[in-house]
Ligand binder design. Structure first.
Ligand code: EPU
Length: 425
């Protein structure tokens, strides 16, 4: 199994380009099911999760060609299967994003029901409730969701929680439904807006994405898309934290500063200096980090996907910070690992009390999920000595070329397998 070794204490400097957003790419790839025409997608990040969707789509009979430089061509004309098998759904829950499109295009879908995951139970009951409102007949049999509908019918759907992939699944089902669908309490994340833009470009009639009320008027067919995936706001935030935590100076290019407003605001509160341009941010760390409180919440609030990384910065602050996780019930798995590196953190239910310490020290730690693994890399960059992070496959799900990008900024980071050096500096 691969491990990453980080030798801390280097101030990171230079510039880095942000890749396409994982959480925008996944639903957009699923949306190619909605048409029989070819689609061209650019700026697709090379990630494990993207590879999982490719396997899933290929299993449905869809042809995918990688043209290089992050561009792909997808030909869904051979779509002949409606099953998302357990083996794929268990490695990536977002596989359930094919449910809505399959139901809309083929009138049937058989998708393995995702189980719990490291960060929480993460049910998909709201996806299913929404699809049932659109007229789908849904049965849970032998661990699979069996969904059927002759033609979906528009409906008014009010989500109890503004679920991101739930909103996306319902949007993709509703674009080919008969009549109007209204989604109330919809998720407002930039990835939802990006999916709406894609659907619109395919001929869908859809408005309100980015607000809590989305309106969709169903059409009978959609055409192929030609789209470039938006930059990853969580990768952007992670590199901002890398600059802040190493007291470095990094210009982060090809990003959308507006998508990270809340991260920028909290970092400024912590004393970090940030300059912004149209598609870049420059982050300069300062010697004294002020403690700030963080509460995760749906967009435009502070993203849960940045909570672990922010906790590392707060571990090195000048005081006491309370970090409240309101989205997932078990997203503090990184705390025990950060404590092994000398952090002073106490968890009480949904809150973590972080008392800043003067420094962290390198240790052997284990990644438990994607964002937790990013937080351990950040902690390693700031720590004295070597940090060895195991189960690093988590990071490859969501960060493209992380070691390469960090190495270019001066970090001492390398990947090993059973003692053998794989890549990095
Ligand atoms: N929830 C339900 N029932 C549902 C759906 C959600 O109870 O039917 C609950 C969840 O258990 C959770 C909350 O609602 O407590 C919000 O979950 P949401 O459905 O919004 O999350 P998601 O769509 O499964 C996406 C991202 C996550 C990100 C969350 C929150 C993708 C592929 N995944 O997940 O990304 O943390 O939104 O912003 O878009 C990551 O990239 O590391 C990641 C976990």
């Amino acid at each position: 199994m691969e491990e990453i070794i980080v030798t801390g204490g280097v101030r990171l400097e230079g510039s880095v380009k942000i890749s396409g957003a994982k959480n925008a790419a996944l639903p957009i790839l699923a949306a190619t099911i909605l048409t029989s025409e070819e689609s061209r997608i650019r700026n697709v990040p090379k990630l494990e999760d993207v590879g999982t969707v490719y396997r899933l789509l290929k299993g449905l009979g869809i042809r995918i060609e990688e043209n290089g430089n992050g561009e792909i061509t997808i030909d869904p004309s051979g779509l002949n299967n409606s099953e998302a098998p357990y083996d794929l759904v268990k490695t990536m829950r977002a596989s359930c994003l094919v449910l809505g499109p399959l139901l809309a295009r083929l009138g049937k879908a058989r998708v393995s029901l995702p189980g719990g995951c490291a960060i929480g139970a993460r049910p998909i009951d709201l996806h299913l409730k929404g699809l049932k409102s659109l007229g789908a007949e849904i049965k849970l049999e032998e661990g699979y969701i069996n969904a059927r509908a002759r033609r979906l019918k528009g409906a008014s759907i009010c989500l109890d929680i503004p679920t991101v992939t739930g909103t996306e699944n319902i949007m993709m089902a509703a674009v080919l439904a008969d009549g109007e669908t209204i989604i109330e309490n919809a998720a407002c994340e930039p990835e939802v807006v990006s999916l709406s833009e894609v659907l619109h470009s395919m001929g869908a009639s859809i408005s309100g994405a980015g607000t809590r009320l989305i309106k969709i008027r169903g059409v009978t067919e959609l055409k192929g898309m030609n789209y470039s995936i938006i930059p990853d706001r969580i990768e952007t935030g992670t590199f901002m934290l890398a600059a802040a935590i190493t007291r470095g100076d990094i210009k982060i290019e090809d990003c959308i500063p507006e998508h990270i407003d809340h991260i920028t605001a909290r970092l400024r509160d912590a004393g970090v200096s940030i300059e912004e341009g149209e598609d870049w941010v420059r982050v300069k760390g300062s010697p004294g980090i002020r403690a700030v409180d963080i509460r995760t919440s749906p967009y435009p609030g502070f993203p849960t996907d940045m909570q672990a990384q922010m906790m590392v910065l707060m571990s090195l602050s000048d005081g006491l910070s309370v970090i409240m996780e309101t989205i997932f019930e078990n997203r503090f798995m990184h705390v025990a690992e950060l404590k092994r590196m000398g952090a002073n953190i106490t968890v009480d239910g949904h809150s973590a009390v972080v008392r800043g310490v003067p420094s962290l020290s390198g240790a052997q730690v284990m990644a438990t999920d994607l964002r937790a693994s990013a937080s351990l890399v950040l902690a390693g960059l700031a720590a004295k000595g070597d940090t060895t992070i195991s189960r690093i496959y988590h990071i490859d799900r969501g960060y493209e070329c992380i070691e390469k990008k960090l190495t270019r900024l001066g970090a001492k980071i390398r990947r090993i397998k059973g003692g053998e050096l794989l890549r990095g500096s």
